[in-house]
Design a protein around this ligand. Sequence first.
Ligand code: FES
Length: 362
Amino acid sequence: MDIKVAHGAGAPVGQAYWNPDTDNELLCIDVHPETPDVKTFTFVSKDGKHIAFAAGQYFAFDVGAGDDTETRCYSISSSPLRTNAISITVKRVPGGNASNWLHDYLAPGAVVQANGPLGQFVRPMRPNQKYLLLSGGSGITPVMSMARELADMTLPMDVIFLHAGRSPGDLIFRNELASLATRLKGFRLYFLPETLTGETSWSGLNGRISRELFQLIIPDLSERVIMCCGPAPFMAAARKISAELGVTPENYIEESFDAAVIEDASIPLAEQAELKSFKVEFARQSRTLDVTSEQTVLSCAKKAGVKIPSSCSNGLCGTCKSKLVRGTVDMKHNGGIRQREIDAGFFLPCCSKPLSDLVIER
Ligand code: FES
């Protein structure tokens, strides 16, 4: 899919724009706490360029220091109509190297490397389209970008925003969303904390998403495009309920970070015996694994504890890009690698199955 980005609405003609192929340095200009474990980081291009992107896209950031640098994808939470800066909103994950480094060390004035914008989680632009923006936890970031874009556009809209979180205090962008709902006609907001811990006076909905809840508050669900982002179990529930209530697959769109990393690593042993198996060597880590012709290199590497940075597991983000020293693979990518990189011997282990024994520079 071709993503069309709004090139700098309101920006002066002749303004320089960030080039995703050659620009990769972002300067942090602000860090803002949203909830006890969520912060928003705002960046500008180090060279002062405007950054064009579509709401729902993300950047792959190099996070950490020295040998511990890892690549992580973070969705942009700011409006694509404000191209002077981009924001990402990150939840601190216990034991998560990248999110802890960002929370503990990233401060205004720091320069980070980032590739993007990337990704295809973009709402279909159809005239008079009704939307349900549906998010769980920190999955709110790409749909918040969409809500901010719709608010900036000031066009008539029919949008329901449903955001689920652990407790009322964990609801990200709570005040801003409440104010948008007050100000914008055609923008209806529901918060859905799972528990009322810390705020027993909460008078709104609580619990988890369910078929009954959707029938009650979104009776026209099947007429809406659903843009969903959240933890994998949340998205699985949303997908199931939406299908049961008549939403067609093309109208249910979800962001897939980390959703399917080891989806195919658990082929039953009996079936594995029937499949062709290849030796896959990770040269730097001195490890060799057996990978069948039906398994992706990344899924087997993860299962065996071989380190390959990854994020989307879908051939989209380019995070897992690796050098293939020897062998051939069947790669079905989604735009996360360029032809010139393939020509130079690189491949994406998350969407590649072996066609021969392999040696990988990892
Ligand atoms: S993890 Fe995103 S392209 Fe492989």
